[in-house]
Write a protein that binds this ligand. Sequence first.
Ligand code: ATP
Ligand code: MG
Length: 550
Amino acid sequence: MEEEKKNNFLEEIIEADLAAGKYDSIITRFPPEPNGYLHLGHAKSLCINFGLAQKYGGKTNLRYDDTNPTKEDVEYVDAIKEDIKWLGFQWAEERYASDYFDQLYEWAEQLIQRGLAYVDDQTLEEIRANRGTVETPGTDSPWRNRSVEENLRLFREMKAGKYPDGAKVLRAKIDMAHPNMMFRDPILYRIKHAHHHRTGDKWCIYPMYDYTHGQCDSIEHITHSICTLEFDIHRPLYDWFIETLGIYPSHQYEFARLNLTYTLMSKRKLLELVEKGFVSGWDDPRMPTLCGVRRRGYTPEALKLFCDRIGVSKRDQLMDISGLEACVRQDLNERSNRYMVVYDDPIKLTLTNWEPGRVEWFEAPLNPADPEGAKRRIPFTGELLIDRADFMEDAPKKYFRLRPGGEVRLKYTYIVKCEEVVKDADGKVVELRCTYDPMTHPQSGQWRSVKGTIHWVSTAFAKEIECRIYDRLFTLADMSQVPEDKDYKDFLNPESLVVRPGWAEPALLDDPGDIAVQFERVGYFKKDPDSTPEKLVMNKTTSLKDSFKL
Ligand code: ATP
Ligand code: MG
């Protein structure tokens, strides 16, 4: 599945760095905050970070950005690891920003001693109000000129738990008139009396993102710290901390985040959908989470193919989700086992010239890409079910499926002719009485062809299953354009999940179920964990063709 590609801008940078001898080898990192499950956007970040390290013989650390104890949880820590492994990536080291809390604290005291940080008693609102605007400079805090001794004492008292949440913060003392607002005395530490999932109750002050991220990169000797574009205004501050502290010079580079049509990827909103029951959980097959798309039947190979195709850009754009679905189809088309399933509202098809009680078994490849590979056995009898869409009473000329008096091949078996149409009192077609042509057995050597081939199952052998048919979770293509007077939940698609009965050829029940299967002529379906020995539950992964309309 490899496609020829020219280097992206990150590859250019890394190749230049390596050619210049700047590094012996590169180290990247993936830095999730453990406050939710990974989603398709994270898959792109993972592909970039792990992909670059693989390509250039380097390594990638997994580093949890766990500086916000109230929103974080070990449930997320574990799920994130599982998702990364599922994608097929292996991190070199598992680290946590909280591993470095002691070091970060020591550096903060160092900044205080050098007159580069102070304890501020203003409230967060006051601090925000006094920051000024892009046009106007900020106002110095009345606490900005505390002595080193006083700052040290207060900061130690903050650490010791003497003050309540919000009473004080530690700020860097840089420049309240700096053109980059990030430099207007950024907050380094805030007080938060909260239990941390790793450090327990050791800390009641926690470092801010900007004060944490670059130093963590530096401690791990990350050579290329790759993040999304919105962090480009943070980069000068990232560099400032590293230069001021005189530590290992990691560098930050930014790429455009992945945005997909009909999809939301904010963890906060995904959490709300879960908590309010709009979806069945983080792994609901309609969710853009990695556990959701996995349950849906998307494969790691398809996600990687997609990330590779869309490439790495420096400009934000909205990608069409059908591009991802095309990758899923391409991968599953090559690898999935085939079965015949009729679902929803089938029509009974009876063969009037079939000997009553006779069963004939046909063989077909599980995967047509491997005709010599494993086979499945399909029972054929005189009473069958076909898809309602495969029959039309007043069919146009170009309709090649079944019509009154017309012929069609029942896939892998005989050609049948529709002799009589039986309807119920409401005029609904309930049965097609047909005859089969025994001369048209595929191995008869007297091959005769007809234009249409349709799928079918034998009523006597069919296994009833549950089909969960999914559609887009949202009806708005660009979910960043939700109007002011509306909420994103107003765009939930009420038909995003429809449950239908299905009737499957018996071999489906023996499928290992590790990868989605193809229901021939219908689409790809993945076995759901809700399946029981009595009833198979199948999630529709995607249709065979792109047929989306809204
Ligand atoms: P959210 O805003 O949904 O909470 P986040 O960016 O805060 O997402 P993190 O856990 O902090 O999530 O992200 C881990 C890494 O994944 C970061 O490097 C982040 O830049 C990257 N990432 C997150 N969302 C996307 C996306 N949509 N496309 C590409 N990379 C992303
Ligand atoms: Mg984040």
